[in-house]
Design a protein around this ligand. Sequence first.
Ligand code: APR
Ligand code: PHB
Length: 400
Amino acid sequence: MKTQVAIVGGGPAGMLLSEMLHRAGVASVVLERSSEAHVLSRIRAGVLEQGTVDLLRSLGLGERMDREGHPHDGMQIVWAGRENFMIDVHAHLGKRFMAYGQTQIQEDLMAAARERGQVVLNEVDSVRLEDIESEHPHVLFRRDGEELRLDCDFIAGCDGFHGVSRKAIPPTVLREFEKVYPFGWLGILSRTPPLADIVYANNPRGFALASMRSPTLSRYYIQVPLETRVEDWPDDRFWDELKARFPADMAASIVTGPSIEKSIAPLRSYVAEPMRHGRLFLAGDAAHIVPPTGAKGLNLAVSDVFYLSRALADFYATGSTRLIDGYSAMALRRVWSSVRTSWYLTNLLHRFPDMSDFDQRAQEYELHYLQTSHHAQAALAEQYAGLPFEPPEAAAVPPR
Ligand code: APR
Ligand code: PHB
């Protein structure tokens, strides 16, 4: 088999890349380890930045999002015993967010791929990337017991954190930056009306978050110790603990119901640099992980893909390597901005098991400053909104 861009991984990053390349007249083949049903069964993030929303709309992929999603202006922070306050991104920047599930985006991307006849090979295994330092890389893989080979000009590693692409970069080249947090989030999805806003709660019992997927679908999380088991958290226990972490009036307006999904996710920050080696480019979770605080993961996958598709399209149109050479540095600027923001919000809102009295007071005064300072709120609003995508000229900034 032969194509221009081999895309390893058919999650949101891989499928969006194939869509954007197609529009630029660049052919691709997507290789996905799992079945379509499995990819669609994953409940993941659900808050889209304005830049993500605008991009999906510009691709004609916004119709269902605009029908079913829930636009909102920012986030509320509640802090035990104090008044709530709002980080109003719309007031500060004129930007909004959309609550719309990654699962739905994945469905929309797959429907669009089917319509244009995109080649997506599901249930491939033993994927190996070969000759990535040459001008003729190829991907070897197995499918239905058969050993296959895909020749290409470029490989896009969109295979998530546990994929194989990042591992194809020699350890002498790859630098890894990692932070593991000493707790996880226990999350549930329920078919109940959500609170009007996304609300982040800092409470002595631990962090809690009220979020949504649509006007009839709620998503809630509580901070839990790493060793927590889902089996120990029947719905009633979850709802009681969730409500105990919100102020009484808010707790009273949380509508409970049976969970339709319940899972625990550990929290981690991770960045791999560079995001390009030879003819291999990394995008999305393959290159970086953020803790969910701030909901930046999916939005970063989208900005990576925006930059990468523009760079590859420019290469095929003009023969210039300027944008592909600038890809890693440009993508990493936005990645580190969101990595820093999600790390800041994680530190601001959680109770750390080893927190000293000093740490606790410092956190309280950070919250106090944020609550009372217009400037602090404006700065957080700008970062929480996500930085604007950089124009192609910015590729002139020297690569890291
Ligand atoms: N070969 C082929 N496909 C693979 C391989 C492999 N060796 N390893 C993993 N994959 C597939 C996974 O099955 C998955 O479908 O790659 C895909 C990666 O998808 P995601 O993990 O969803 O990552 P990405 O597309 O970068 O999406 C961005 O942002 O909010 C976060 O975690 C959220 O998944 C979301 C991510
Ligand atoms: C979610 O809806 O899943 C969500 C919302 C906001 C976050 C994290 C996750 O910060």
